[in-house]
Design a protein around this ligand. Sequence first.
Ligand code: APR
Ligand code: PHB
Length: 385
Amino acid sequence: MRTQVCIIGGGPSGLLLSQLLHRAGIDTVVLERSTRAHVLSRIRAGVLEWGSTEVLRQAGVGARMDREGFVHSGTYIAARNRGFRIDFQERAGKSIMVYGQTEVTHDLYAARDAMGGIVIDEAADVTPHLDESAVTFVKDGRGERVDCDFIVGCDGSHGVSRTCIPADVLKTYERHYPFGWLGVLSETPPVSEELIYANHSRGFALCSMRNQHLSRYYIQVPIEDTVAAWSDAAFWDELRRRIPHDAAERLETGPAIEKSVAPLRSFVAEPMRWRNLFLVGDAAHIVPPTGAKGLNLAIGDVHYLSEALIGHYGGDDEGIDTYSQRALARVWQAIRFSWWLTTTMHRFPDQNEFDQRIQESDIAYLEHSVAARTVLAEQYVGLPF
Ligand code: APR
Ligand code: PHB
């Protein structure tokens, strides 16, 4: 088959890019190695920068988000079991939207189906051939080939596309954090109307939500911990120890309907373009979930690349020629913010009491400095594209 843009990966990046390009009259084929059910089964973060919501509306997939999402104009930061609020609207003139990535992916699949977009699931052995400007794969045991103008790697952190960049061209940067996050989804009302990020000498905790009846909680755990090490009761007890006392007192607990441990790391691959291959989203960068930047960075990449490819087919290559540089400028800002919030809010194994007091001083400065709150708010709601 022949198309203009062949997209490897049918997660949020691939589906959104395909949707935006199709609406601009550009043909795409999406090759996804998993089943649609598997893609939709992934539980991921739930915070959208305001810029991300605008891209989703531009793609024609914002209606349910605007109906069912929750607009938050601030968040709570806490230390030593006491919290304070940072007002995003007051400090940065924007809000965020709480709307699960799973829902975004649902909406994107529905929009792709409605437009007759070509999304091939269970595509095996997907292999980019840059020299031939083609991608081969196996579907139902048969060898298939897509001839295209461009190949876009939206295939996540373990994808195939990044391996197409020569080792003497590709530069990677990485930081592994010495702890993980134990996450629980529970059919209970959220403990707070906005998120709570809590620093505690026992470790970090986060209170989030999906809707008024579905809460999402996380606690920092040792890197070697598994889900089996944590009963529901042990999780709730530890969460109560770390969050503000008033929240701990009103916390409603219930059975975990999803429980998982995720490692934390920062990763960047440069460049994000090599000849007719572009990298987008997790294929190019990974952030610790602390700053809720993973999906938002992916949407930012899609925004830049969709504009660039639309420009190319309109006769202007400035966008594709500067895509990597523009995307990486925004990626590194989010990488730094996510690293800073992670190092400020988490308890490191080799940390002593001096380090703990430094973190608490950082957080106290946030509470009492308009400038410090403005810096956090600007980064959290998302820098302008
Ligand atoms: N061939 C085809 N598809 C592949 C291949 C391959 N070789 N390798 C991976 N994939 C698919 C995966 O099955 C997955 O559905 O690519 C998709 C990549 O999706 P994500 O990993 O979700 O990455 P992305 O679309 O960039 O979205 C980033 O997802 O993981 C979260 O925290 C991350 O919120 C961020 C968002
Ligand atoms: C979530 O709701 O899953 C969530 C929210 C904020 C984060 C990370 C995860 O920083």
